[in-house]
Ligand binder design. Structure first.
Ligand code: WT7
Length: 655
């Protein structure tokens, strides 16, 4: 493949960007059709968010919309509400009570549908179960489950009684789970005997048992029985472990929702940063609910007739905000699918779209690039005519993938909304509104109404048109309120790049002449592998933990499906033989320490790692080597020169 610099089609897209205007139908029938919303919201962002907040159910009204003491924001100050009541109680009092809240499909093909009333009942019951095991408002509860309805039930039950959930993605290792449990001192763990992935049983309970050796804060474990058929060994520790279905049998049916202060903690979700230790991102109740509610409604244009499917695992923030809280607050019918897109065949997703008549479909560029590789005949073999809107999230979407998605999945009739946001932002911040915003393949377009972004140089000078660092200049409702147990890291990571209370995203971006944003990827030591965030330092720590390794440096390498892949440079200890055997062992070691998502694609043994005089590893050189100099041979949009310059500047600043 040629270099991006030599790719006229990309340059043409960047400069003259092909534009898809909303069709007349969208212009007239979308939920938001007034282009004036941007301006109105910009004039009075607090008023804008207040109007959105009024659509939710509050137990006590707020007295102040925003209290901003940079970098600390409080939204809807003095207000009280409950997240589960906004997702459930509000709907069970209307005709929605008998409509489907969750349409779930397990990977082996088992199916369940829960109406809003079913979900409400089970959440109330499980809330009583948690109370019965001594869980109180403010207690942390770890959740390590496959993508099954009980995961949403567990989160909403925590929210109902004011317990703080900490969901850990089922692909993380025992050690990763243990570290997360210990960091926030969880009192209880909810897991399952197992889950399914590519036909394999993932033994979550066994992994949990291993994690719990060395996690003394956990007093009780609740185990969901996922495996209906042949039994496999699950060790139940008397006095600590309880079967979910047994506890639910005796649970009372009603449980009043706990009135939560707008700024009471709703959840913690761990994400990777530039150090070896993941950050426990803290989200609170009022602002987060308003932000997820409003963005789901506006960006996905949710209507009562929609069948909405976001393919993300609930273990990531996308699942928290756009499988659970956003769509359920909107009373949507949500499809959940447990397994892999290519199991048993490469049209499993299209089978699901056809079967349930999915209308709104939200997935990641990595998945889209895999579909492209598998071939258009897979979606072509299914009836996808129910689809009316497509979304993308997690990494920059290259124009080729955007076009393919638009054509082969959307039948050239569905708008594609590329949505930029982060675990820390809680909800979508840059994305089109499908009834108003002209779409450009590869661009996330404009900040959502009420959001203000800026492109800045490292020194903080705003860039009107061109590339730089993406900054968020004003607080927004769903923004993180902190890093659990580490207030200094919160300030340092997000609010110390500039001194004017502006949030640094860690992303490079470019703004074009129309003010549209083109995301270019991370400029810090954070990788984005298949839409999952992984810290280079985390992988390095895992590698040097191996007895044969002296030093390790991890860099990202452009990958045509995953966006980035992990390349690790390793020096071995005196007398150790570096070879293929050790290579495999090191890859497995990283999987054991972190999880399969962090498995290095490449391990390169080196005699020495190149360092500056001050001893800092020269990552740029390593990146060049890992990419065979072809930096950016990529299907990503990133202009290699801009990204390289940003990364160099960033690293110079840090050293
Ligand atoms: C990072 C956040 C947001 C939920 C999934 C990932 C990248 C995310 C986009 C997009 C370009 C994107 C950024 C961001 N990212 N969405 N539409 N276009 N880049 O959440 O793990 O917190 O990662 O993902 O680099 O900083 P996350």
């Amino acid at each position: 493949m040629s270099q991006p610099g030599d790719r006229p089609e990309i340059n043409a897209l960047l400069t003259e960007a092909r534009v898809f205007e909303p069709t007349n139908d969208w212009k007239t029938h979308a939920r938001v059709t007034d282009p004036g919303v941007y301006e109105h919201a910009a004039e009075d962002p607090e008023g804008f968010w207040e109007d959105r907040a009024r659509e939710l159910e509050w137990m006590r009204p707020w007295t102040q919309v925003l209290d901003w003491q940079p970098p600390h924001a409080k939204w809807f100050v003095g207000g009280q509400l409950n997240a589960s009541a906004n997702c459930l109680d509000r709907h069970v009092r209307t005709a929605r009570r008998n409509t489907a809240a969750l349409i779930w499909e397990g990977e082996p093909g088992d199916r369940r549908t829960l109406t809003y009333f079913d979900l409400y009942r089970q959440v109330c019951q499980f809330a009583n179960v948690l109370k019965g095991l001594g869980i109180r408002k403010g207690d942390r509860v770890a959740i390590y489950l496959p993508l099954i309805p009980e995961l949403a039930i567990a989160m909403l039950a925590c929210a109902r009684i004011g317990a703080v959930h900490s969901v850990v993605f089922g692909g993380f290792s025992a050690e990763a789970l243990r570290d997360r449990i210990n960091d926030s001192q969880c009192a209880l763990l909810i897991t399952a005997d197992g889950g399914f992935r590519r036909g394999q049983l993932v033994p979550l309970k066994q992994t949990s048992d291993e994690a719990l050796q060395g996690a003394p804060s956990v007093r009780n474990v609740i185990v969901v029985k996922r495996q209906a058929g042949e039994p496999f060994p699950v060790h139940i520790k008397e006095g600590r472990d309880h079967w979910y279905h047994r506890l639910m049998q005796d649970a009372a049916l009603d449980c009043a929702p706990e009135p939560m202060d707008s700024e009471d903690m709703l959840y913690i979700l761990y994400t990777s940063g530039t150090t070896g230790k993941p950050k426990g991102i803290v989200h609170t109740t009022g602002g987060y609910l308003v932000g997820t509610y409003a963005t789901t409604r506006w960006v996905f244009d949710l209507q009562d007739t929609d069948v909405y499917w976001c393919t993300a695992d609930i273990g990531w923030v996308t699942g928290h905000s756009y499988v659970v809280y956003g769509p359920l607050q909107n009373g949507a019918t949500v499809v959940m699918y447990e397994g892999a897109p290519d199991w048993p065949n490469k049209d499993r997703f299209w089978d699901i779209v056809e079967r349930y008549g999915v209308t709104v479909f939200y997935t990641a560029p990595t998945a889209i690039r895999a579909f492209m590789k598998w071939g258009a005949e897979w979606p072509a073999g299914r009836d996808l005519s129910s689809l009316r809107l497509l979304g993308s999230v997690g990494e920059p979407i290259n124009p080729e993938a955007w076009m393919w998605y638009h054509e082969h999945i959307g039948g050239a009739r569905c708008p594609v909304v590329d949505t930029w946001w982060q675990t820390e932002t809680g909800h979508i911040l840059i994305a089109p509104l499908p009834g108003i915003t002209p779409l450009k393949p590869g661009s996330a377009t404009k900040p959502f109404p009420g959001i203000t972004a800026e492109i800045r140089t490292g020194a903080g000078v705003p860039v009107e048109h061109g590339g730089g660092l993406l900054a968020l200049t004003k607080p927004w409702p769903g923004m993180l309120r902190g890093i659990y147990g580490d207030p200094e890291r919160f300030v340092k990571t997000y609010f110390s790049r500039w001194d004017d209370g502006v949030y640094f995203t860690g992303d490079g971006a470019r703004r074009d002449a129309q003010g549209d944003y083109w995301l270019l990827g991370r400029v810090d030591d954070v990788l984005n592998v298949a839409g999952h965030r992984i810290g280079t330092m985390e992988v390095e720590s895992a590698l040097v933990d191996h007895p044969s390794v002296a030093e390790a440096a991890v860099v990202g390498r452009a990958h045509d499906i995953k966006g980035q892949s992990i390349a690790a440079f390793v020096t071995v200890k005196e007398g150790i033989k570096a070879g293929a055997g050790l290579m495999d062992e090191l890859k497995e070691h990283v999987v054991r320490k972190i999880g399969a998502i962090a498995r290095p694609d490449q391990i390169l043994f080196a005699a020495d790692l190149p360092k500056t005089r001050s001893g800092k590893i020269m990552r740029r050189l390593l990146r060049d080597i890992a990419e065979g100099k072809a930096l950016g041979d990529t299907t990503t949009l990133a202009d290699p020169n801009v990204v390289r310059r940003l990364k160099d500047e960033y690293e110079a600043d840090e050293s």
